[in-house]
Design a protein around this ligand. Structure first.
Ligand code: A2P
Length: 344
């Protein structure tokens, strides 16, 4: 007997990708339910070669559901996740609402799988920010080898990270440029078509943005609280795929060749690093792929034990939907949950 899975936010960018990935991976589900707001009730979403009728999250009874993959924003998660958890359904939440709660594990299965056992406190597991997920997949094997002291990361984040409205805005503005229509900016603070915007999420008192703070807080929570991290997060006119330029300072010696060999063997990582035209991965090529791609691995001669790397991944997959489903697989493979129907 398989599991009953709910996808909350099933009409959104990440929710639709969750449905795709559940189907692609042959996830052991007997039943998959699509949930969204009352606005979407009765509309249809694709699930493999089937379609699912969307139900309203607000009045859905989770008592016979095993796992709820939630990607409906922080406010919705804060309101519903505790109630869903109390009904004995494990919530794997993609928003930032629970990530920094000491009773909620924040998990990237390639990085800190053992921390998952903490989920029993609230029946909630947090999925990291899209930029952090791909970053820690690349950093973890290097940290294990040479102990990271400090990381300086600059992100180049696609508009899909801002939801389907963000993608529509890039499309509409790009079209407007070509037909000489007025450019409207609603989702982003400035025009995104043919531009870059050094601002993601709200500004904090110290001048950093919340997105930048998330990268450091989450890297510390999942990898090592002693690592110093600083970040500049930038929105770029790319539909899918986040890129990162990462400068890493290590405690111990590590060469570019060693790093390349380590990353080649590391779970979730794929090294594409030829020193020639096109011998690296760009976000366009990683869309629809599961791996975290690492290119441009080279030594930084300006510091002792320094490396520069270029990290690219599909933000809707490893940065969101795929990681959430890998967490669900981890729960099942470690025998941490049993299907309610089977248990009855
Ligand atoms: P809906 O389409 O009904 O508004 P994205 O991040 O791509 O914009 O997607 C957000 C997802 O969260 C959508 O599926 C959206 O559903 C869902 N959502 C937003 N607000 C609510 C709510 N109050 N209750 C349930 N789902 C919600």
């Amino acid at each position: 007997m398989g599991f009953k899975i709910a996808v909350a936010g099933a009409t959104g960018n990440v929710g639709r990708e969750m449905l795709n990935i559940l189907s692609e991976r042959g996830f052991p589900a007997d039943e998959v339910v699509a949930l969204a707001s009352a606005r979407s009730q009765g509309t249809e979403v694709s699930f493999g070669d089937k379609t699912l009728k969307v139900k309203n999250l607000e009045n859905y009874d989770f008592s016979d559901t095993d796992i709820c993959l939630m990607s409906a924003g922080g406010a919705v998660s804060l309101k519903y996740s505790p109630k869903i958890g109390q009904q004995g359904c494990v919530v794997i939440d993609n928003s930032s609402a629970w990530r920094y709660d000491s009773e909620v594990p924040l998990i990237v299965p390639e990085v800190n799988p053992d921390a998952i056992t903490l989920f029993t406190k609230k029946n909630i597991i947090a999925n990291p920010n899209c930029s952090t997920a791909q970053l820690v997949v690349a950093l973890k094997p290097l940290h294990d080898h040479a102990k990271i002291k400090r990381v300086v990361v600059s992100t180049y984040q696609s508009v899909s990270g801002a939801g389907k409205d963000g993608m529509d805005e890039l499309f509409n503005q790009t079209r407007a440029v070509f037909v000489a229509d007025p450019i409207e900016s609603k989702k982003f603070t400035k025009r995104i078509a043919f531009n870059v915007i050094p601002h993601i999420d709200v500004f904090m008192e110290d001048g950093y943005t919340k997105e930048e703070w998330k990268v450091l807080a989450e890297t510390k929570k999942m990898l090592d609280p002693k690592i110093k991290v600083t970040c500049t997060a930038v929105r770029v006119p790319v539909f899918i795929g986040h890129s990162e330029s990462v400068n890493i300072e290590f405690e111990n010696e590590i060469t570019a060749d060693e790093a390349r060999d380590i990353l080649r063997e590391a779970p979730g990582c794929l090294v594409v690093d030829k020193h020639e035209n096109g011998g690296y991965v760009t976000p366009y090529e990683c869309a629809g792929e599961d791996a975290t791609y690492i290119s441009r691995i080279r030594e930084d001669a300006t510091v002792e034990n320094g490396l520069n790397i270029w990290v690219v991944s599909d933000n809707l997959r490893k940065g969101a939907a795929l990681n959430a489903i890998q967490i669900a697989e981890l729960l099942i493979n470690r025998g941490l949950i049993r299907a309610k129907k089977q248990a009855a």
